[in-house]
Write a protein that binds this ligand. Structure first.
Ligand code: CTP
Ligand code: CA
Length: 224
């Protein structure tokens, strides 16, 4: 390589990254969303790209723009995100940073819901969405060698995230405390603990870009 050239340890490696919120329709003009900006997933995709990876970026309707130099697949619902992820396989690694809605509206209306003058509010029914991280982690054939999930918690962060890692069967979980007052949800910084089979490793509070670079470097180490 030329003097000063950036090393590209992930050259030739395919990595899927999910990011952003999902939108779950109530009717054609209304939906249920969450506060994810997509900032952390976007930074991770960019950091993996910078190390040479071929990144497929499956994103819900995020408020930050997607990175350049990645394959962008835009989705709206969790069910669409699942299909896009399965279509994006095989890959050497998957990083599941999306804030996937846990439920969709089972009785979503095909036409705009109208007030009927009775003063009664409609009742929404919910059905559970597919768990993309658990499904990919559990694949009998074609599972990525490294599957990384996130766990946004508001209390007992390491205990909840460790249980989540066991339950879903992923290799690593990046856990964080998103309680109000931490400024993480929608902010520029993150404070994560990497939980692997070796246990928890606490990272300092860093910019989301720095968290992304650190994670990308760890992924490069694990895949090479
Ligand atoms: N995830 C996913 N598909 C879902 C829900 C979550 O792929 N339907 C992924 C997220 O992208 C994240 C991880 O699973 O990497 C953990 O998400 P989280 O919401 O913390 O986990 P849940 O199992 O939904 O548990 P909780 O009841 O705490 O929300
Ligand atoms: Ca959830």
């Amino acid at each position: 390589a030329a003097l000063g050239a950036t090393p590209r340890p992930l050259a030739g490696k395919r990595i899927i990254v999910t990011s952003g919120p999902t939108h779950e329709p109530i009717d054609p003009v209304r939906y249920i969303a969450n506060r994810s900006s997509g900032a952390q997933g976007t930074a991770i995709a960019a950091a993996l790209r910078d190390l040479g990876a071929d990144v497929t970026f499956v994103t819900g309707p995020a408020s930050v723009p997607p990175p350049d130099g990645v394959d962008i697949v835009r989705v709206e619902t969790a069910r669409d995100m699942r299909d896009a992820v399965l279509n994006g396989l095989p890959a050497e690694a998957g990083v599941f940073a999306a804030a996937v809605a846990d439920w969709h509206v089972a009785n979503a209306a095909e036409r705009k819901m109208k007030k009927d003058g009775s003063g009664k509010a409609p009742a929404l029914e919910f059905a559970e969405n597919p768990d993309i991280l658990a499904e990919v982690s559990g694949m009998a054939a074609g599972r990525p060698a490294l599957v990384v999930g996130f766990a946004a918690e508001t209390n007992d962060v390491v205990a909840h995230a460790t249980a989540k890692r066991d339950r879903k069967g992923c290799d690593w979980i990046l856990a964080n405390d998103v309680s109000e007052g931490t400024g993480i949800m929608g902010g520029t910084e993150n404070e994560v603990t990497l939980i692997s089979a070796e246990g928890p490793e606490v990272w300092p509070r860093l910019g989301k870009d720095e968290v992304a670079k650190r994670l990308a470097a760890r992924i490069a180490e694990a895949l090479t």
